[in-house]
Design a protein around this ligand. Structure first.
Ligand code: ADP
Ligand code: NI
Length: 225
């Protein structure tokens, strides 16, 4: 794991300020606090699993860099913006390339689409990002996103879709409850590291409990009078 020297620490601090400024005011689930949680969790995972803490932290801090403004389409925007920023800090090219590849590969792309990470650092940042998509915060973010996009919360008559391509997934127009089946409940079995698998187990159980209660309240069968 190793310590981070002063110069590297300075890069991290500057990147925190840079991202904080960019994300201020975002309300679609891509706010600074999401990045903050992914950053903290990535450090926790790296402490248990190993990995280069400099690359892990830069990957976590920059992983959603393209999403603050460019909401769809061009997937090369994120890596390019990260390279520009890290070059301005004179970060070595090997680390820049590593961070670029993490940003390029990290996203969930649909139920039936494999999204492998090439390095331990990438696996850690992907796990941290996915841990923030499940549990109590995952539930909250999902409803916040659905509200922002004007999706209905639930429709007992409609069925969710297991997407086969990223394009299909992106074009999906399901309910917010569908999103649990199309993504959130799948994440537990897709964690890369043992530490994240353990954390995911309890967050997953919390979501199952939430759904059970949600369906009971929907039909008023939680009422025992
Ligand atoms: P990230 O990779 O940071 O999790 P995403 O763009 O995949 O970012 O999603 C941001 C948040 O919005 C996540 O919590 C995600 O589960 C949620 N989200 C994404 N798509 C949908 C959707 N169709 N319905 C509800 N929530 C969604
Ligand atoms: Ni994210």
């Amino acid at each position: 794991m190793g310590r981070i020297n002063m110069n590297k620490q300075d890069c991290i601090t500057k990147t925190v300020t840079f991202i904080q400024d960019k994300f201020t005011g975002e309300s679609s689930g891509h706010d600074w606090w999401h990045v903050y949680r992914v950053w903290k969790m990535s450090i926790r995972l790296a402490e248990a699993e190993g990995g280069d803490l400099f690359v892990v932290q830069l990957g976590a801090l920059l992983h959603d860099i393209a999403d603050w403004k460019f909401h769809d389409g061009d997937e090369s925007v994120g890596p390019r913006m990260a390279r520009e920023w890290l070059s301005s800090l004179q970060v070595n090219d090997e680390s820049i390339q590593h961070v670029e590849s993490i940003i390029r590969d990290i996203s969930f792309k649909g139920a039936n689409v494999d999204t492998p990470m090439k390095t331990l650092e990438g696996k850690i940042v992907q796990d941290a990002d996915r841990l923030d998509a499940i549990g109590a915060i995952g539930i909250a973010r999902t409803f916040a996103y659905g509200g922002n996009k004007n999706h209905p919360m639930h429709d007992p008559k409609s069925q969710h879709t297991m997407h086969n391509t990223f394009d299909e997934y992106k074009a999906g127009k399901g309910t917010t409850i569908h999103h649990f089946y199309e993504k959130l409940l799948l994440l537990k079995d897709r964690m890369n590291t043992d530490t994240a698998k353990l954390i995911a187990t309890s967050r997953h159980a919390y979501m199952e409990l939430f759904l059970k209660q949600f369906y009971q309240e929907w039909e008023s069968i939680d009422v025992s009078i």
